[in-house]
Design a protein around this ligand. Structure first.
Ligand code: IPD
Ligand code: CA
Ligand code: CA
Length: 272
């Protein structure tokens, strides 16, 4: 069995199996494209003062959406580089794609970035795949069935004390608009935890919570393509995902907190 058919077998579901297969196939194809361009010079254009887009974002999106459209022609697509202000319409089934999460890392040769793909139905993730090319790590999950990394089931940590926790976070591109809050949260959270990581790819950060490399993660102002897949991975690995007010998470939420569950109510008050 190759790693794509393994995903379908792990899922043990006749409806989700074929869909997780497609998600994994598209994520691996996008990842192979990113690998082929990683060590080459990049063509960079600016979407904002610090928000880059490279030739690789566009080429990976093209590769991924071609696979998804061919294998699941009836399912709508929302992909970052062609989303003109994302839709609030989450009715029906929708593939959500971040073709390159961690573009700044990619452009600087910092090997922490991924492809992120999720299938939503009525706003809830059903299957997902996140692929980290530099580590050759394929994460996938199926709603109600579990989460895996390269074929092995994954679980969040059992860390119960913040002072033993490694917490991930991220900074939005419009830093000046959020600076006060970012600094205030760092001032509160940093002394209470073992350490903080700002690794630079939110989808992969969430996958790292799911597989126990991080105990929690929080960030404001993310987009549906940053969080849809990681949200499912964390929940299927036994963790908890909410907004800063502990309300149920939606990909349209303004902020996300994802933890191993035990730490959730301990981390939340530090973010408000
Ligand atoms: C970004 C990364 C980063 C996060 C930003 C995102 P991109 O996505 O996930 O870690 O802090 O808010 O926009 O632009 O590399 O796809
Ligand atoms: Ca992203
Ligand atoms: Ca991106």
């Amino acid at each position: 069995m190759n790693r794509i058919t393994t995903a379908a077998a792990d899922c043990r579901d006749s409806r989700q199996g074929p869909l997780v297969t497609v998600a994994c196939k598209a994520a691996l194809a996008g990842g192979a494209l990113l690998t082929s361009l990683y060590k080459q010079p990049h063509t960079i254009t600016m979407k904002g003062k610090t928000d880059l887009v490279t030739e690789a974002d566009l080429a990976a999106q093209d590769t991924i959406t071609t696979v998804l459209a061919k294998d699941t022609p009836g399912i709508a697509l929302l992909a970052e580089e062609s989303a003109k202000g994302h839709t609030d319409n989450m009715d029906g089934q929708l593939w959500i794609v971040d073709p390159l999460d961690g573009t700044t890392n990619f452009a600087h040769g910092f090997p922490y970035f991924c492809v992120s793909i999720a299938l939503l139905a009525q706003g809830k993730p059903q299957v997902c795949a996140i692929y980290s090319p530099c580590m050759d790590e394929l994460f996938y999950a199926c709603a109600g069935k579990g989460a895996w990394l390269n074929g092995d089931p994954i679980k969040v940590t059992t860390t119960d004390h913040l002072i033993e926790a490694l917490i991930g976070t991220g900074f939005p591109y419009d830093v000046p608009q959020h600076l006060q809050e970012l600094i205030a949260q760092l001032k509160t959270v940093l002394p209470q935890v073992r350490d903080i990581r700002r690794a630079g790819a939110a989808a992969l950060d969430l996958a790292y919570v799911a597989c126990g490399r991080l105990d929690g993660f929080y960030e404001r102002a993310l987009q549906p393509w940053d969080t849809a897949a990681g949200w499912l991975l964390v929940e299927e690995a036994g963790g908890k995902v909410s907004n800063y007010g502990n309300k149920p998470y939606s990909v349209l939420s303004k902020e996300i907190v994802a933890t191993n569950g035990s730490l959730h109510l301990k981390l939340l008050p530090l973010l408000r």
